[in-house]
Design a protein around this ligand. Sequence first.
Ligand SMILES: [Zn+2]
Length: 113
Amino acid sequence: MSNDKVKCLLCGKYYATISWSHLKYVHGMSVQEYKEQFGLDFVTAKSLRKRHSEIRTKLTKEMLIKEIHTYVKSGGSLFSTEISKENDHIVKASIRCFGSLKNALESLATNTK
Ligand SMILES: [Zn+2]
């Protein structure tokens, strides 16, 4: 479940979220300063879940195809049993846009030259 955690770039430890209180009391830094120093948006487990739930409901076919491409490039498996564990949002969006994950993958194959 380490995918669900965020690394604090100051102390190198992993947290469910990097909170303002962690930055303030452990590192004496504000959220704004942290963002400026590392140029990162805060990606928390919570925001990742939110993003996935948005993908589930709002993803267009084109966006879904991109999402699957990204997933495959990052080494993801296209076996439906393995996809569903980590990337439930892809499966849900596939079913919504294409009727099933199989249809989505077939459509992806025809779209890729
Ligand atoms: Zn820290």
